[in-house]
Design a binder for this molecule. Sequence first.
Ligand SMILES: [Cu+2]
Length: 574
Amino acid sequence: MNKSHTPGPDQASRSATGMSRRDSLKLGAASAVAAGLGLAPSQQAQAEDVPPGPPTAPWTMPLTVMRPKKPVAELLPPPTREAGPKEAGRAPHQIWGEPPHALYRIVVKEGQHSFHPNLPTQTIRGYDGTFPGPCIVSRYDEAALVRFVNQIDPYAVGFGSPEISVHLHNLHCASESDGFAGDYWGTLRHGPGLTRAGNYKDHLFMNYYAGFSTDPNGVGDPREALGTLWFHDHRMDYTEQNVYRGMIGSYILFDEIDSGNENDPNPQALRLPSGVGTYDQVLMISDVQFDASGNMVFNPMSENKGHLGNKITVNGKIQPYFRVQRRKYRFRFVDASVARFYEFYLMNGTNSEDFQYIANDGNLLEAPLTMNRVRLAPGERSDIVIDFSKYPLGTKLYLVNRLAMKDGRGPEGLVSRGTEVLRFDVAANPTTPDNSRVPERLREQPPIDLSQVTKRRFWDFDKKNSMWAVNSELFDVEKPAAVIPKGSTEIWTLQGHGSWFHPIHIHMEEFRILSRNGKAPPPHERGRKDVVALAPDERVEVLIKFRDFTGKYVMHCHNLSHEDHAMMIRFDVV
Ligand SMILES: [Cu+2]
């Protein structure tokens, strides 16, 4: 048995159905059903072709709009550099000086959620008990400290784990606040990366540009700015179940250039459509599997493939509508699904409409692209701007996913009709003039400089004994697969195999795609990225730096079933 599978401090924690994916592999189908998953035999038999789920009437409720979560005036006990007495036993914050600009408190707990009025209310587990969780809006050079309070019953039953590890996907962040897979915690148990369990854990997000520690001014490089981020659970072995059950939220970063103000008088400001919750909208996309009675199910027999839903949700709703004014809007797509890839089109009758594609993985491109599709792998983000002033009042536009998937193997090509997931109703003229714009130049990119490269590493993503492996090894939480001196620049080669797609995500720093099978990446992938969808047998080379922080981080497949068993490596920056 691989060392990483030896029992850790928490191993008494298995709840009735919350067995880890690896356990259920060992136990097999019969015991998984016996564990009370309540799946009808037909559904088990159809694990690959997801059954359609009960009918739901389209366009019966409005889109849930993500608005900025309010900070709190104080936290009790006050945050401290060293973990507080009742805090999960994390390492001290690497940077600790002035009090953080904003304090947030997010309670991780069960909540009752309605995906659709035709379906029963579901017990989800999420940030503040909602699906999706809150949206935090932050700014560069204004640190945010987020206290995550874990109120999940440590003896809770059902799929998912009561222990959590919160990862803020894409933040350039100190290891102790990154949500390392082995840093999971609850009120009773903890992972091998922490010294004790706790009631809460503070994550300190400094919101510094990469390169700040070697910049004489301490600012870093604004060309490294991040924009659309999201946070989600990263608990080793249970990430898929916890994310699927609702542990997702969004995090937006602004700076002087992308300032979040379309009327900004600063000449540097881009003045993109602004106002998170008004003309700047987060769209978190998750697919959920419902059984015939309309209950959300998690089928561990999709083991090894990736769990697909039979309903696509946008901000936790099935087929909502969104009333828009005849003006420009920014939409930030987040693929928060555990395995599903999407390709979205904006349909006006039978025409697919063009829009401006401005950011990939939350990072503004150098220049906007005119496109008619948004393709997303799990973990990826895309920002687009749609100008609804082109359409007469009363127009209805549909966001349609045309990408087919039969199982977690990956996308199988486009279908002609697709699934409508969101309807835009052009409902009103703007009440104030639309001063927003999409300028011809967005954000300058750092140059690709290969002269700094000190090391190349090769990572092979393949199956080994029915498990997912990297360089033929399963994830070992205790042992780094790479030890990287802080400040290094490296080229990593990511190699896929067989007929499987693997969306590969690297923590801590973004990368630039140098080549896909020896060829330049497509224009929308020429900016900075943190996920690259590795196609079957594809070889991707990326350039990546490891700056500013030290500690343990991970690279993994963002098909979360693959990640959980166990296509992930630990790397340490020292
Ligand atoms: Cu994978």
